[in-house]
Design a binder for this molecule. Structure first.
Ligand code: DX5
Ligand code: ZN
Length: 221
């Protein structure tokens, strides 16, 4: 299981330091939530921040685009240093074209699904992605509660991927807490995003990341 801290939860007045601390604490990759105030009711930041932080670490940057018409910004995020770009299946008319565009920049393409979006949205997409981000919460904010029905979706997605013999990673994004790790890993998750569960006031990152990682042992299957 890989752990991806969600950067919007970090101390934005010290982001460079925060990223170095997260790396030292055992983060496997960093998750950048990009929001445009249209696709989701919140606004965060653009490519400039990814670029500004790129040289602070060698950790992979996963850029999660919660924006309308993501094609407009694929190149900018790719040039800024994204290693993986995940776009919402619900946010673009021509998903296949968007995914192909990501790959032309030597960036791994991912597709993200809102909690109630059915897996049929990725039926003809799985062969073109390296990652599926399954939202555990309604996108737009950190610190929300995990929606239990998503567990069933993770399990069904893992079966879909395995049945086709594909090497597609499953990222669970939103609402993750240590007590949920055994279930989501048993259901087939490869990457767990941590926002509120990692950026806990008064707790150092090695401890909060360690708490998530420790629960992985309890996963079955
Ligand atoms: C929600 C974002 C998530 C979120 C994770 O729109 O995509 O990455 O910030 O934070 P927690 O783990 O607190 O839900
Ligand atoms: Zn996210």
């Amino acid at each position: 299981m890989k752990i991806a801290p969600s950067i919007i939860c970090a101390d934005v007045t010290r982001l460079g330091e925060e990223i170095r601390d997260l790396e030292a604490a055992g983060a496997d990759l960093l998750h950048f939530d990009i929001m445009d105030g249209m696709f989701v009711p919140n606004i965060t930041f653009g490519p400039f921040l990814v670029e500004a932080l790129r040289d602070e670490t060698d950790l992979p940057f996963l850029v999660h685009l919660m924006i309308q018409e993501p094609d407009r910004y694929i190149e900018k995020f790719a040039i800024s240093g994204a290693n993986i770009i995940s776009v919402h299946a619900e946010s673009t008319q021509h998903l296949h074209r968007t995914l192909q565009m990501i790959r032309t920049f030597d960036v791994f393409p991912g597709v993200a699904l809102n909690p109630t979006t059915p897996l049929t949205f990725v039926d003809y997409v799985l062969e073109f992605v390296d990652l599926v981000s399954v939202m555990g919460v309604n996108p737009g904010f950190a610190g929300q509660a995990f929606i239990p029905s998503v567990l069933r979706k993770i399990r069904a997605l893992r079966d879909m991927i395995d049945m086709r013999g594909l090497d597609v990673k499953i990222e669970v994004d939103g609402g993750m807490r240590p007590d949920l790790v055994p279930d989501v890993v048993s259901a087939g998750a490869d990457i767990v995003v941590g926002g509120a569960s990692i950026f806990v006031p008064g707790t150092d990152y090695a401890e909060s990341i360690g708490r998530l990682r420790a629960r992985q042992q309890q996963a079955v299957g």
